[in-house]
Design a protein around this ligand. Structure first.
Ligand code: DAT
Ligand code: MG
Length: 151
């Protein structure tokens, strides 16, 4: 079972897309194990986007993610990291697959609505940046066997 960090970034919150984005992840079968609605400090933003430090878009990215509240979440499931990246779509909305969130609701890379961890190491690292262990709920969902079983 994998866990992945998902952020609904300030544009998603401001545009009233929280419900739509959560709904797509829920309907896919992924399980929510942590969530908090919060303002993002510059310090947290810099930790989260450390890998992009020095890139031309870095300052804009930090300003964007700190400009209004975000919804930070952890979602769980088999292959959750790849599944969530696929549901979000490619970084550039005009390259995102039809039916993905970025395709369906965004136009430009600088306002692409969501963040999702891109690998198992980054997922662990990012979950650790955004959540304390006790903020993550391990729980049995009655539908788990209908969604997670391999046979
Ligand atoms: P992703 O969010 O799909 O993981 P990323 O990690 O490469 O993409 O980049 C992080 C964010 O930075 C991305 O969601 C939007 C912004 N970004 C990336 N490349 C950019 C670019 N060339 N111009 C402007 N913003 C960019
Ligand atoms: Mg990334």
């Amino acid at each position: 079972m994998e866990r992945t960090l998902v952020l609904i970034k300030p544009d998603g919150v401001q545009r009233g897309l929280i419900g739509e984005i959560i709904s797509r992840l829920e309907k896919r079968g992924l399980k929510l194990v942590a969530a908090k609605f919060m303002s993002v400090t510059r310090d947290l933003a810099e930790k989260h986007y450390e890998i992009h430090k020095g890139k031309p878009f870095y300052e804009g990215l930090i300003n964007y993610i700190t400009s209004a509240p975000v919804l930070a979440m952890v979602w769980e499931g088999p292959l959750a990291i790849a599944a969530v990246r696929q549901t979000m779509g490619s970084t550039r909305p005009t390259e995102a697959a039809p039916g993905s969130i970025r395709h369906d609701y965004a136009l430009v890379v600088g306002r692409n609505l969501t963040h999702a961890s891109d690998g198992s190491e980054t997922a662990i690292q990012e979950i650790g940046i955004w959540f304390r262990p006790e903020e993550i709920a391990s729980w049995e969902r009655s539908s788990d066997p209908w969604i997670f079983e391999q046979n």
